[in-house]
Design a protein around this ligand. Structure first.
Ligand code: ADP
Ligand code: GN1
Ligand code: MG
Length: 367
């Protein structure tokens, strides 16, 4: 471990002496490390993250959100007799009692207690796991239903405003700073052909058909931890984007990542197909967890969320490709383009199976 890393680690109130610190996980945004500390003959583990300040410029606001949300969740977990060390994220304070540390180069670091005896999946193997994932994210929203939303900073304004994302996309096509637009004409046309869809969710909100809620906004399968012993979901992580939003965002973002036979960045599109059985499993879990609080209009916004979040995410990957791969972490040439293509493949599949998707949602809703 280098001197700079040792310096960062020395700034956190860890139990024991840190002896290893390795890159960890598959997130696209922050740089995550697993820290191991020796305490007597025990090993105590932590997660350390260098916050991506290109994406989250206001670290105070970001960390205040996380501190408030986790404190709120902890109270609820204690009330129901749960284990606060495993059922929510727990920030480790710095030696001077702050929730993050700024190094000499201006890098911002935060640390969490490592949630032990869990697994985190990149791909769904068993439909039952996806049911549990749906239940976890539905339940997460329920737990935060009475969180005072005015306390939340909007750390990324318009995060899931698909229309704003479309405007940004069109500007990226127009500027074409890397000269890549000519190579992705088919993908650009795919987006433009769906211009009318971009405001479908925000229009429902504007018309008062669906309510604004406190949502997670980044409900990928790998932001959900499964208990190794029971196979059930135990904790929802990656709370950077908890903000006011729509249920359809959380539902849809999970579907686009999980209800598929291929990885988000699979280059061979013949391996990427939308999976109705997985869609059904997640839907069952999510709707069950939302319970009484959901009405028919909101239920009907869910399949729209699935398609729109998939289209939006594909459009974001394509925008980043056009802008030179500066937002999402990439590890190979055309990585963002491969990601974009899987999302568009899923959108096409969903369009073909639209009636079946709606029927499944209505059936699980009890109609
Ligand atoms: P990103 O914003 O880059 O996606 P995450 O906060 O999701 O970063 O963390 C990346 C990965 O690190 C997660 O997918 C998970 O595997 C792991 N991870 C994050 N926090 C914890 C934790 N408290 N305990 C155990 N693993 C964690
Ligand atoms: C990013 O942080 P991570 O990897 O969980 C992104 C999401 C995208 C996702 C696509 C803050 O999520 O919005 O849906 O990549 N997070 C942010 O995989 O932009
Ligand atoms: Mg993540």
């Amino acid at each position: 471990m280098g001197q700079e890393m040792k310096q960062v680690l020395s700034m956190f109130k860890y139990d024991g002496e840190p002896y290893s610190c390795d890159i960890y996980g598959n997130g696209h945004i922050n740089t995550t490390y697993k820290v191991e500390c020796k305490q007597g003959d025990k090993t105590v583990r932590y997660i350390l993250q260098r916050i991506n300040n290109n994406i989250f410029p206001d670290t105070d606001a970001l960390m205040e959100n996380i501190e408030n949300v986790t404190a709120f969740l902890k109270k609820k977990i204690i009330k129901r007799g749960g284990d606060v060390l495993r059922e929510t994220l727990n920030l480790v304070p710095t030696v001077d009692g702050k929730n993050y540390y700024t190094d000499e180069n201006g890098g911002n670091w935060r640390s969490y207690i490592f949630i032990e005896d869990t697994v985190c999946y990149e791909k769904i193997e068993k439909p039952e796991d996806f049911y549990n994932c749906g239940y976890a994210f539905g339940n997460f929203q329920n737990l935060l239903a009475d969180f005072p939303a005015e306390k939340l900073h909007e750390v990324i304004p318009n995060f899931h405003n698909t229309l704003t994302r479309y405007e940004t996309f069109k500007k990226a096509v127009e500027s074409d700073i890397c000269g890549r637009a000519k190579t992705v004409q088919k993908e650009i046309e795919f987006v433009n052909a769906r211009a009318k869809d971009m405001s479908s969710l925000t229009n429902m909100l504007k018309k008062g058909e669906i309510p604004l809620r406190v949502t997670h906004n980044d409900t990928k399968l790998n932001n959900c931890m499964f208990d190794k012993a029971t196979g059930k979901t135990i904790c929802v992580i990656d709370l950077d984007t908890v903000m006011p939003g729509l249920r359809a965002y959380d539902y849809g973002d999970s579907i686009r990542f999980g209800a598929t036979t291929g990885a988000e960045d699979e280059p061979d599109l013949s391996k990427v197909n939308f999976s109705l059985p997985l869609f059904k499993s997640y839907t069952k879990g999510f709707i069950k967890a939302c319970g009484e609080s959901m009405d028919e209009k909101e239920a009907l916004s869910l399949p729209i969320g699935a398609k729109i979040m998939t289209l939006e995410c594909g459009m974001r990957f394509l925008t980043d490709y056009l802008e030179g791969d500066t937002y999402f972490k990439t590890s190979r040439e055309n990585h963002n383009l491969d990601r974009c293509r899987t999302q568009f493949k899923l959108v096409s599949d969903m369009e073909k199976q639209w009636d079946k998707m709606t029927d499944i949602v209505l059936h699980e809703f009890g109609l």
